[in-house]
Design a protein around this ligand. Structure first.
Ligand code: NAD
Ligand code: UGA
Length: 437
């Protein structure tokens, strides 16, 4: 078992930290955000992720998990350094590498003895080579390192399960020793026979982008099929479910919706696209997935406009669900942002509710009303839009909603409401790619 420092204590760094401490390693989660570290050291969890709090508390109590804003001393104490800082999108579409670059600088200044330097952040192909060159050029006496690319595949909302029971672990390195050390870090998974694959650094970096892009492509594909289903009278749920029975296709990531969001798919597709441009290669499928996703977000707004035939101006619209998917407080690139912006641009009023993400969204939109109760939100609304598939919205009391709403319009962008019930209550409704009852 190893002494590990994870630099960057966000959605990935924190989950990785608790996961690796659960495997028996001694882990320091380090971050420049002192406030975040203070919160964690006083037992408060800065993000919403089901199951996270309990596992953090257990490993802190067992003295396997620590939080620090002293990055230099954390590096000095550890044999394995994992980089897990953000790589957001620049305006050019490229990944913003400033956080990775500044972490590499700190690692360079604090290399003492032999260490494994490992990148878990999603980074452009070729980043590993650059990091190795930067670190190599600064050799201090008695310091040495090997480099590993270890991309992460967890999903927000099911991050603990994804981390503890992964489909595969990718260890990209040209060092046998580093590969063996990383197998030790992930030892319980090795024993559980989770596949651990040894690849080159560039291959590992590419696997991450290729996987995210493929999943995003699948979503854009089913969204386009859903839109066509509406025009030809087919039902996308039956189509997706029967397609999914073909093992070559698989039913996963074939759920139509308001377009994919989150901190990863949108930026990773743009980043891969700019990498391919740099190499003079036009990746048509990637461009298509990006364009189709933009259109899908717009399509949801068009649907609302069509439902509200007398116009959106001065109408009150209840928006349920603000996070980019259920079970997270993350609103990065959430389709709700597009929907709210559209309603406001058309002169409508928004009443918003999310079980967890109200606070995050209020940093972006301070000019809409937020509620703590779903029925309070819907009261006197002319229309209701469901943007996120929280379980709470699957079992809404539609009869009650009919009574408290001003209008009778519902747009269900996640296809979670029962169409028979909507019809019997005389709602005017729309969803994505279903045969209306
Ligand atoms: P995040 O924004 O939630 O967290 C990043 C953290 O890094 C923040 O706490 C920030 O304060 C810290 N940080 C920034 N600069 C720092 C520095 N110089 N030193 C120390 N800490 C610093 O990001 P995230 O969602 O956890 O994503 C991290 C990386 O993992 C990204 O490259 C992302 O693409 C990738 N990834 C994310 C997910 C996901 O589900 N969120 C899944 C797989 C991979
Ligand atoms: C995604 C990948 O699934 C992870 O494997 C990867 O590690 C992560 O990105 C990353 O690199 O950050 P995440 O963004 O957390 O994970 O969530 P997903 O469950 O993939 O959902 C992404 C978006 O696609 C959401 O907006 C979701 O609503 C949408 N989606 C997903 C659909 O519209 N349909 C589907 O069938 C699945």
């Amino acid at each position: 078992m190893k002494n590990i420092t994870i630099i960057g204590t966000g959605y990935v760094g924190l989950v990785t930290g608790v996961g690796l401490s659960e495997f028996g390693n001694k882990v320091i989660c380090a971050d420049v955000n002192e406030n975040k570290i203070l919160q964690l050291n006083s037992g408060r969890i800065p993000i919403y992720e089901p199951g996270l709090e309990e596992i953090i508390k257990r490993n802190v109590k067992n003295k396997k998990l620590f939080f620090s804003s002293d990055i230099s001393s954390s590096i000095k104490k550890s044999e394995v350094i994992i980089i897990a800082v953000g790589t957001p999108q620049l305006e050019t579409g490229k990944a913003d590498m400033q956080h990775v670059d500044s972490v590499v600088k700190v690692i360079k200044e604090n290399l003492n003895g032999y260490k494994i330097v490992c990148t878990k952040s999603t980074v452009p192909i070729g980043t590993g080579k650059k990091i190795v060159n930067t670190l190599k050029n600064s050799f201090k006496e008695n310091s040495d390192f090997n480099y590993v690319s270890n991309p992460e595949f967890l999903r927000e909302g099911s991050a603990i399960k994804d981390f503890l029971w992964p489909d595969r672990i990718i260890i990209g390195t040209n060092s046998i020793n580093a590969y063996e050390v990383m197998c030790d870090v992930y030892r319980p998974l090795f024993i559980n026979k989770s596949p651990i694959s040894h690849t080159s650094v560039e291959t590992a970096e590419m696997i991450k982008y290729a996987s995210n892009s493929f999943l995003a492509l699948k979503i854009s594909y089913i969204n386009e099929i859903a839109n066509l289903c509406e025009l030809v009278g087919a039902d996308v749920h039956d189509v997706a479910s029967e397609m999914g029975k073909d093992g070559r296709i698989s039913g996963k990531f074939l759920h139509p919706g308001p377009g994919f969001g989150g901190s990863c798919f949108p930026k990773d597709l743009e980043s891969l696209s700019s990498i391919s441009d740099e190499h003079g290669v036009k990746m048509d499928t990637l461009t298509a997935a990006i364009t189709a996703n933009r259109k899908q977000k717009k399509q949801m707004c068009n649907k609302l406009e069509k439902l509200l035939s007398t116009g959106i101006k001065d109408k009150v619209i209840a928006v349920l669900g603000l996070s980019f998917k259920a079970n997270t407080d993350d609103i990065r690139e959430s389709s709700s942002i597009d929907m709210i912006s559209f309603i406001l641009s058309m002169g409508g009023n928004v009443r918003a509710y999310d079980p967890i993400a109200n606070n995050a969204m209020s940093q972006l939109f301070s000019n809409i009303s937020y509620f703590k109760d779903v029925y309070e939100t819907i009261k006197k609304a002319d229309a209701l839009v469901i943007m996120t598939e929280w379980n709470e919205f699957r079992s809404l009391d539609l009869k009650k909603i009919k009574n408290i709403m001003n209008g009778n319009i519902i747009l269900d962008t996640r296809n979670i409401l029962n169409m028979k019930e909507l019809s019997s209550l005389d709602f005017v409704y729309d969803n994505v790619g279903r045969i209306k009852i």
